[in-house]
Design a protein around this ligand. Sequence first.
Ligand SMILES: [Zn+2]
Ligand SMILES: [Zn+2]
Length: 371
Amino acid sequence: MMKISPLFIISSSVLFVALFSATPTSAHFFPNITSIPKSLIPNTTAWDRFNKLAGCEFGQKLDGLSKLKQYFQRFGYINQSFLNFTDDFDDSLESAIKIYQQNFNLNATGQLDGPTLQHITRPRCGNPDIVNGTSSMNSGKAAGNTTSPNIHTVAHYSFFPGRPRWPRGKTELTYAFLPANQVEDVVRTVFANAFGRWSEVTPLNFTETSSYNAADIKIGIYSGDHNDGEPFDGVLGTLAHAFSPPSGLLHLDGDENWVIDGDFLNAPSLASAVDLESVVVHEIGHLLGLGHSSVEESIMYPSIASVTRKVELTPDDIQGIQVLYGSNPNSDGPQPTLTPSNEKDSGGSHGLTASWVLLTAGLLLLLPMIL
Ligand SMILES: [Zn+2]
Ligand SMILES: [Zn+2]
């Protein structure tokens, strides 16, 4: 069990206050892909540089490998305690690559081959795939699932460590946008649609409220470092992140070129455009308690190619969320079978998950002192 120290409560409270003093951004929302100005489309993004590492092998030293190790550390594939990375292709890197390949249904060779780099450079959710060394994706599943590529077994959904969820009986959840973001109605509609997709398959209902501070779910758009330890990184790279229940925080990277209408048929060359609803549906999954899934078609798969729309919940997503909340009692349609899960309570969660659970607890403890 986690113990909450007074020092942690104080430092968490400082973080909480710092987050809300971070400067929010006015995001780049565009009605469609053709309305994105050319000036906002970069030639390269931060992760493109990894492509030059193609073919680099174990034992070699190559400029840029240390940055790749940082990437793997960020998403949980290298222990957080490692601080000074070298440009050597060493055991830690090879191990990280193998686990990554297992999680993303690639041949687990430990080599920087083309398909692996293609996945690594793809824009993705900022939440890590592995928390405290425990993976909820393929690499953390039962033996037999971990060595073969392209496995698509039925259930790959996962939860945060400890399987947090919104309290039983609390089926009405409110959400609000950070007032400083001045979010327009078309964006609100996208969020309403995204929440509706999860509402359809659970007993949960989501209602927008204008009272940001009182809302269960707080949505903010930030650029770069916004004081929660998970800085955004400009165009592409990480797109968004969200915290486990009941923290209710969902952050979008304000530097992305977010597209509202999701129609990418006519302008495939604009590689930096990101479909807003696709990312929001994924992040809501985290807000409700889901971690990342190795099922590539699922909403909870960690990455999404730019200029791609993926908004429909798959059976994997639905089974996962119904393990936590059950099905929608008002639904007429066929409900996916709800079976007890022996999934591990792990992984796919935000790097600060435990911190935020503690932070919430800390704030609750501090409340009587504030009031
Ligand atoms: Zn995610
Ligand atoms: Zn954030």
